[in-house]
Design a protein around this ligand. Sequence first.
Ligand code: PAF
Length: 279
Amino acid sequence: MKVITSVTQMHAVAQQYAKDGTLGFVPTMGYLHEGHGSLIERAVQENDRAVVSVFVNPTQFAPGEDLSSYPRDLEKDLAFCQSLGATAVFHPEPNEMYGPNFAAIVEVPSLTVNLCARARPSHFKGVCTVVAKLFNIVAPTRAYFGLKDAQQFFILRRMVLDLNFPIELVGCPTVREADGLAMSSRNSYLSLTERKAAPILHKALEEGRALILAGEKKRAPIIDKIQRVLATEPLVSLEYVELVETLGLRQTDEITGEVLCALAARIGTTRLIDNFIFS
Ligand code: PAF
């Protein structure tokens, strides 16, 4: 497995790969867990070669967020990627990706009004910009993203369509711990007590989903149910729970097509997200 740190070299190697087969790409910020593993496995299975990027992208963190403390373990990540059959890992330094005069921004404004964008208004500009750069550098056939970050997936899907990236975006199911907690690199911030409380996020969403399955179509009772379940856990501080349609990510009062029900909450100081998609 190649480990590449330069943009020029990654671009040249990817061009070579593209000449004789399909290329799967899994963009990550490292500290890889089984959720990332499921994306890498699919990229390896469904393509002739697979590239994983490990880059903690500074532009998607606002001042005061956890950029400096974001967990990192490159050696472990490389061993994990190798064990899953990745062809190459791209691991650039921040100044390799963002030169001193860097000024471009890619954004999808209408999809960055609700959900996580309310509390993190600049986050998705950073995500879109770095993913657009990575797509140009790696030029994959397919790119794999976890649906735990559903808003990110729907925004990137819009970006790929609108900017004509010739890339197939593959959204992959959230991978969960045995007790239902969605896997996330940020779970490592949780204390033991917080970790015990955290599965309530999934449990609350599951109760909301059960209401929908029982025939409820109106937003209010579904959101109310989820809020009431979350309120039973004192360690949870809810940032939002919203029901939106998946094309424009606008709040919907009644389910008529595919919807995303998503939440963000703090358990102690750790901000976690989770969701389900219903179609
Ligand atoms: O989902 C992530 O880990 C990041 O947002 C991504 C897509 C790798 C961009 O930095």
